[in-house]
Design a protein around this ligand. Structure first.
Ligand SMILES: [Mg+2]
Ligand SMILES: [Zn+2]
Length: 192
């Protein structure tokens, strides 16, 4: 009973590159961070509807030696600072720095956090008390949809970033594809 009382929060899990910001192929320079148009305003709408905002991002560039983990943290600080201008607060940021085959120790491992596995989403559920059945995942890659479906939340594909032309396996329950994040958010808010 106590458990069900605590798990009242709903969340939107957000992929980063190609969903929040323009895909730049292993983004590592703050100057290259650029919001996809309408994203900050759409995130504000979700926040106003009491959705927690949780970023879940694969950053295998760390494993591959393209940039250090510190760079990812600095980009996230910058992203959060920019979002504050729109009065948006991100409730959690989870990142996977690993790659199972391409990379250097200690990041060259078969981890549980790399999307399509649901590890980052499940960690956020444990940390923040999220009801997955009333939550959503938005991303531009098949692996985002896989992670969201595995975790048990409705998963929405966007056509920004890598989403254009992604062929989803038919067994996946993602029947919803949107031009960009703001359209996906309209869908979510229309339903709630
Ligand atoms: Mg992406
Ligand atoms: Zn990982």
């Amino acid at each position: 009973m106590t458990d069900s009382v605590q798990k009242v929060k709903h969340a939107v899990f957000l992929d980063r590159d190609g969903t929040i910001n323009i895909e730049k192929d292993y983004l590592h320079l703050i100057d290259d961070f650029e919001f996809i148009p309408g994203v900050p305003q759409a995130l504000k709408s979700l926040q106003d509807a009491n959705y927690l905002l949780v970023v879940v991002t694969n950053q295998s560039g760390v494993a591959r030696g393209y940039f250090p983990l510190e760079t990812v943290h600095r980009i996230h600080e910058y992203m959060c600072l920019q979002l504050k201008r729109y009065h948006v607060n991100i409730d959690g940021i989870y990142l996977c720095p690993h790659h199972p085959t391409r990379g250097y120790p200690p990041y060259d491992i078969e981890c549980d956090c790399r999307k399509g596995k649901p590890g980052m989403l499940l960690q956020a559920v444990a940390d923040l008390g999220i009801d997955l059945s009333r939550s959503y995942m938005i991303g531009d890659k098949t692996t985002d949809i896989e992670a969201g479906v595995s975790a048990g939340c409705q998963s929405l594909l966007v056509g920004t970033g890598c989403g254009c032309g992604v062929q989803l396996p038919t067994k996946m329950k993602c029947t919803n594809c949107f031009r960009a994040l703001p359209e996906a958010v309209e869908y979510i808010l229309g339903k709630s």
